[in-house]
Structures are given as structure tokens and as C-alpha cells.
Design a protein around this ligand. Structure first.
Ligand code: KIV
Ligand code: ZN
Length: 510
């Protein structure tokens, strides 16, 4: 048996379907290109039968990403499998991933099927998929709560119909490591022809055990793990890619397996996902959290200064985390600018570089030193966004201890300038938002508002994230600027643009 662990990334499917993480097609394309650089073995691009938007995004990814496998998810119906194949048929290396639930709980309450019906559905679905491609994965949803012998029968059926990978999910994150390892060993020992397929694992993190369960399952014989960047995914998330890859990398003495992940792209991937979704990684998150390589306690600092290995088990550079930060300023040229973006993981076209370089120069006029984070904000602001209906042209705010805060805003709406004079508010941001709401006539509700300092110092870029809701459609908006009120206005306007885009997409689908 090989010691290579196949990394199946489902950030764009299981991750993207979880609340707060939805992405538009352009955003998915950026992330897919980054995952290709990270060299995941398989990229699950989405669930094409879920919506027209999902279908289109998977299709675009399948056409563009040539260096790794591209998978699409389907239930066992012909309709779903046709949609999955339709979306990925132009991929260089397509994989159809079919699934059906196998636990008695799901059979009784969700599928209302008996076990024989599930076996027949499995056989039919895998056979039907095989006429399109040889590369077919089968998943037994809620596998960890499935009767063991029935699970083996289902996998036997899938393999007899031609599945090349069989996946055992801990769908509800219920398993604990020793139990899960025993289950994997049982499946290996009791499923006829299991050697003809790769055994895969897909763990959720409801008890915080997804990584531990996946590692236990690898030790018991699984050779593929399904993971997401930053561990995002349904409820408490999926197994985190960075935790699996870096544990295997760091503890080779105990876990004699390897991946072919380009570890230097781990941090850029984590950061890009956070920039796109507007959801920051928790500071104490293993490997990629802001504190993962920070040493605060005096004793620790002293130890690290004497010898890094006293308190560091990994080199930050291994995951692509540079320690040198401030590199660019107003004297930097286009060449250095392009090189730095490329080091940060952004492969941009010449016209995208031109567009960004102009904005970079504007920013450099306001801010002495431009940090990597500033550059990433520029990319997110300029390139990762939907076409604008509303554009901020002018904002003037008065505020202070003896005045009622008021804001004057000028917006361009569909190419036409509209002006609205001072609305008041309880503070300058409230006044700005009231004015923008009047101008746009939005009926949206502001569900969340957060401000982060993206870089250090009093000339730091403020990053604002808002979450808006209208007619059941939710989206986030992001804005960044050294002036926190302008950043807030940009975030609100960005959210309103996304909301319009999503509402239009939904009405086209209806
Ligand atoms: O959690 C799960 O069971 C899944 C399957 C579709 C693989 O996401
Ligand atoms: Zn899942």
C-alpha cells in the first residue's frame, strides 16, 4: 500500500455551502487557481444540480484548472449525475462523486428507503456515472453511524459497479479517534475487493475531533482525506487541510505518510479565503491563526531568541508565512509590485496589474509603507468583487463632541450621479449608512458590522465587514481604507452591490 495521502479539497463544496461562506463565480475561480497552486490532488468544485449558479461555477473551474482532478458532487439520481458530468466533462481529469445516506437514522427519517433499495441505488448510480468517466467516487453519508456490516455491503456494491474511491464520512462529527480507527480497520478487513478502491475519509468537526479522527483513520489504512482550507464547512466545519498536511509533515517519525501539497501555499490559501469571504480565521487557529507563530510570554520569547526550536515545532516559512513585512512604498515600481503580488500567491494578468498598480500608487501617496496585507486588501477590493451598480463618489462627514453627526454622500448609480445631503445618525458611521440607505432605497437589514485593523500603526488600513439581508438573500460586503468611515461606507456599498447581483441571479433562476 502506498504511503501517499491523497488530499481531496472540498472548500468550494462542503465549505462554500456553510453559512457566511458563499462565494460568487469570480471568487470561486480565484480560490480554485490558488488550490491548484497548493497542489491539492482533487478539487471538489461544487454541487452542480444545486443551482444554475453552482453549475456555471463548476463548469468554469473545470475548464480552467488543468493540473489537478476536478470533482463534482451528485446524489444518486440520473438528473444529479447528468448535471455533475455536464459541468465537469471538459476538465482535464474529471471525477464524479456520488453519495447516498446509509445509516438507519437517515434511511428511516430522510430517505424512507430500506437497505436493499440503498444498495440498488448505489449500484445504479455508480454504473450510470461510469459510462461518463472511469474516475468515480462513492460516499456513504453518515457512514460512521451506519451498521458496520451494511456499510461493508454498500462499499462492496459500489466497488463492484466500478467506484475507484469509496468514502467513509463522519457526517455529524460523532466519532472518536479509537472508534473511528476500528471502523476503518473493519471496513478494510470485511469489504470484498476493498483493495480495488482507495478508501477515503470525510470528517466533520462537531466535537473538535475531525483532524484526530482523520489521522486515526489514515493509520488504520485510509489513503484519501477530505479537507477544507481553514477547516470551514457545515456546522463546526470539516477536517482542516493545514492541520492534516502539517501534522504529517511535522511528525513523519510517527506518521510515515506524505502528501504532495506545496506547503508554502498554505498560508496564502488561508489568507485568500479569509479575504474573499470576509471571515477572519480565529487568532488561535492551529497553523494559520494570527497567533500560531507569535510568542508573548517573556520566558517563551527568551527561549525563541536563544533557539527557535525551544518553542517552535514548525518554521513559519514552511507554510509560506514571511516574517519580513514592510517592503513596498511610493517609490516601488511596477515590476517590484508584480513580483510581490506573485510571491503572495496572486497570478494576475497584465491588465489586472495595471488596474491595481494605479490604486497602489494612490494608496502609497496616503500611506508611507505598504504592507503585504495592504496589497491583499487592494486585490480583494479591486478584483474580487461583482460589477458595481453603486459607486461611492464623495463622502463628507461631520462629527465631534458638540455636534450631531451628519454625512453627505454622493453615489453613482448605474452610471448616473445622485446626491443626497446630510442625514443624521448616532455616530458618523450611522449617519453615513442612513444617507447611503436613503440614496439607494435599500430595504436590506444590517445583520453584522465588524472593524479590524488590517495593518499596524495609526495609519493602518481599517477593514470593515458587513453582513446584509434582503428578501431572504444574505451576503457580506467588505471595504478597506486608512479612514475607517470611508472603509465602512465602502463595505456597505460593496454589500449592496453583491445583494443586487444575488437578487438578480435568483430572479433569473426563477
Ligand atoms: O458530510 C458528508 O457526509 C458529506 C458527503 C456528501 C460526502 O459531505
Ligand atoms: Zn460533509
Amino acid at each position: 500500500m502506498t504511503d501517499k495521502i491523497i488530499i481531496f479539497d472540498t472548500t468550494l463544496r462542503d465549505g462554500e455551502q456553510s453559512p457566511g461562506y458563499s462565494m460568487n463565480t469570480d471568487e470561486k475561480m480565484y480560490l480554485a487557481s490558488q488550490l491548484e497552486k497548493l497542489r491539492v490532488d482533487v478539487l471538489e468544485a461544487g454541487f452542480p444540480s444545486a443551482s444554475e449558479g453552482d453549475f456555471e461555477a463548476v463548469q468554469m473551474i473545470a475548464k480552467k484548472i488543468r493540473g489537478i482532478e476536478v470533482a463534482a458532487l451528485a446524489r444518486t439520481s440520473k438528473h444529479d449525475i447528468d448535471a455533475a458530468w455536464g459541468a465537469i466533462k471538459e476538465a482535464a481529469n474529471p471525477r464524479i462523486h456520488v453519495f447516498i445516506a446509509t445509516s438507519d437514522i437517515h434511511l428511516k427519517h430522510k430517505l424512507r428507503m430500506d437497505r436493499n433499495q440503498v444498495i440498488n441505488k448505489t449500484l445504479e448510480a455508480v454504473k450510470y456515472s461510469k459510462q461518463f468517466t472511469d474516475n468515480v467516487e462513492f460516499s456513504a453519508e453518515d457512514g460512521s453511524r451506519t451498521d458496520r456490516d451494511f456499510l461493508c455491503r454498500v462499499f462492496e456494491a459500489a466497488i463492484s459497479a466500478g467506484a475507484t474511491t469509496v468514502n467513509l464520512p463522519d457526517t455529524v462529527g460523532y466519532a472518536i479517534p479509537r472508534e473511528f480507527a476500528e471502523l476503518v480497520a473493519y471496513v478494510k478487513a470485511h469489504t470484498p475487493n476493498i483493495g480495488k478502491a482507495i478508501l477515503s475519509l470525510h470528517c466533520h468537526n462537531d466535537l473538535g475531533l475531525a483532524t484526530a479522527n482523520s489521522l486515526a483513520g489514515i493509520n488504520a489504512g485510509a489513503r484519501q482525506v477530505e479537507v477544507t482550507v481553514n477547516g470551514i464547512g457545515e456546522r463546526a466545519g470539516n477536517t482542516s487541510l493545514e492541520e492534516i498536511v502539517m501534522t504529517l509533515h511535522t511528525r513523519r517519525n510517527y506518521l510515515p505518510y506524505f502528501t504532495t501539497i506545496n506547503t508554502k501555499e498554505i498560508y496564502p490559501s488561508s489568507h485568500l479565503l479569509a479575504m474573499i469571504t470576509g471571515i477572519s480565521v480565529q487568532p488561535n487557529k492551529a497553523i494559520v491563526g494570527a497567533n500560531a507563530f507569535a510568542h508573548e510570554a517573556g520566558i517563551h520569547q527568551d527561549g525563541v531568541l536563544k533557539h527557535k526550536t525551544t518553542y517552535e515545532i514548525m518554521e513559519p516559512a514552511t507554510i509560506g508565512l514571511e516574517t519580513s513585512r514592510l517592503v513596498m512604498g511610493k517609490h516601488s515600481g511596477r515590476h517590484a509590485f508584480r513580483d510581490r503580488l506573485s510571491e503572495l500567491g496572486y497570478d494576475l494578468s497584465e491588465s489586472e496589474i495595471d488596474q491595481l498598480f494605479k490604486k497602489f500608487k494612490d494608496l502609497a501617496d496616503k500611506k508611507k509603507e505598504i504592507a503585504d496585507e495592504d496589497l491583499e486588501v487592494l486585490v480583494a477590493e479591486e478584483l474580487l468583487r461583482v460589477p458595481d451598480i453603486y459607486k461611492l463618489k464623495y463622502l463628507n462627514v461631520i462629527s465631534g463632541t458638540t455636534t450631531v453627526p451628519a454625512a453627505t454622500v454622493q453615489l453613482e448609480i448605474k452610471g448616473k450621479k445622485v446626491e443626497q445631503k446630510a442625514e443624521f445618525g448616532v455616530g458618523p458611521i450611522d449617519a453615513t449608512y442612513n444617507t447611503i440607505a436613503r440614496l439607494t432605497g435599500t430595504k436590506s437589514r444590517l445583520l453584522r458590522f465588524s472593524i479590524d485593523s488590517l495593518t499596524g500603526g495609526t495609519d493602518a488600513q481599517g477593514g470593515v465587514t458587513v453582513r446584509l439581508e434582503e428578501e431572504g438573500v444574505q451576503t457580506i460586503g467588505k471595504g478597506a481604507d486608512p479612514d475607517i468611515i470611508i472603509a465602512s461606507a465602502k463595505a456597505y456599498i460593496n454589500g449592496l452591490n453583491r445583494l443586487e447581483h444575488l437578487k438578480r441571479r435568483r430572479s433569473r433562476q426563477n
